[in-house]
Design a protein around this ligand. Structure first.
Ligand SMILES: [Zn+2]
Length: 350
């Protein structure tokens, strides 16, 4: 993750230098200089100018056409049409489990859904299948690879930030994209986990519980801004400290002593933390030493700037098989997966 962070920083700084027309990080912008009267502007005008420049830098990394091409639109249409088809077929279900075609001047009966689908296809010209995925026509140009990396790295960074800040809204919003990325990259475990996270928040829990679920995704143990950690890491820490407690009891451990340990370790840890903070004593091993990565980022940035990485949009012969990650989503498989998951969740929660 640290390496991804550094490479992302190098991309952002490099694109910024390209945009402003800077040779090195110390040089004066030649293409987009700071307006002379900038200092005299009001705060809002200054912010607007800066945001405008930031937009331009982002657009140079992720051109708007790139976002349109990334198959979000077609994926949405495919999945929606599949959903609508399922609703329409459900409407044709009769009480005894058979199907009756409800199109005008047609009342054919079918026992099986497959036969009804075949009938709808051949007689009423319905499209009932998702077309097979076509070989992506997009070749791996430098622009595509750059965009693909930057999109994923920005989502990862934003999610980490959301966890650190305890921002449940953002984590849930990003989970949608992450589920698509998990589908594209074949991380089935994460795809399922993210789907369930979304399902719980959107549909299964009551609004009150959904709100709690969303805002309890991370917790703060150290009591500083930006120091929240995700709930599952918290559980790991907790399990670890209970284990240590039980090991220290050795052969004397009983069910009730384990129970007491589970109930009290967090409180004891909090008391310890508060005491050590009041005495201003340094607790060992609680936070990682912050390493200054600017030299690494500078070097990466230098390499990127001195190749034609930011300016060219050539095809890259070394990466012929590479395309935007999202292009690898198989809409058929995603549809089947979501259907199965919906059925499974309905089975558990009905
Ligand atoms: Zn019919």
């Amino acid at each position: 993750m640290a390496f991804i962070e550094d490479v992302l920083d190098a991309h952002i700084i490099g694109a910024g230098m390209q945009h402003f027309g800077m040779e090195t990080i110390e040089s004066t912008p030649s293409r987009v200089p700071l307006p002379e009267e900038f200092q005299c502007w009001g705060e809002k005008a200054q912010t607007d100018w800066l945001l405008h420049q930031a937009d331009a830098v982002l657009n140079s990394l992720l051109p708007p056409t790139d976002m349109e091409d990334s198959d979000f639109g077609s994926l949405q249409i495919t999945l929606e049409s599949q959903d609508n088809l399922r609703l329409a077929i459900d409407e044709m279900k009769t009480g005894d489990g058979t199907y009756k075609c409800n199109q005008t001047d047609c009342s054919k009966h079918y026992r099986r859904e497959g036969n009804l689908k075949r009938h709808l296809r051949s007689v009423h010209n319905w499209v009932t299948d998702i077309p097979h995925p076509q070989e992506s026509s997009r070749k791996a140009t430098a622009q595509v690879i750059k965009g693909s990396f930057v999109k994923q790295a920005l989502i990862a960074r934003d999610t980490w930030d959301a966890y650190k800040m305890g921002d449940g809204d953002r984590a849930i919003r990003n989970a949608k994209f992450e589920m698509l990325y998990a589908s594209a990259a074949g991380h089935w475990k994460y795809r399922q986990w993210l789907f369930r996270m979304l399902a719980y928040e959107k549909a299964i829990l009551t609004p009150r519980h959904a709100f709690e679920y969303k805002w309890n995704i991370s917790a703060n143990l150290q009591g500083q801004a930006h120091a929240s950690i995700p709930g599952d890491n918290l559980v790991e820490l907790q399990v670890g400290s209970i284990k240590r407690k039980l090991q220290s009891q050795g052969a004397n451990v009983t069910f009730s002593s384990a129970q007491t340990a589970a109930k009290t370790t967090q409180v004891v840890d909090m008391v310890k933390n508060n005491l050590s903070r009041e005495n201003a004593s340094r607790k060992k091993g609680t936070s990682r030493h912050q390493v200054d990565k600017s030299a690494d980022v500078h070097k990466l940035c230098h390499e990127l700037m001195h190749s034609d990485y930011f300016t060219s949009n050539n095809h890259l012969p070394e990466f012929t098989n590479m395309s935007d990650t999202l292009c690898n989503i198989d809409a058929r498989k995603l549809d089947v997966f979501m259907c199965e998951q919906k059925k499974a969740l309905a089975g558990i929660h009905c």
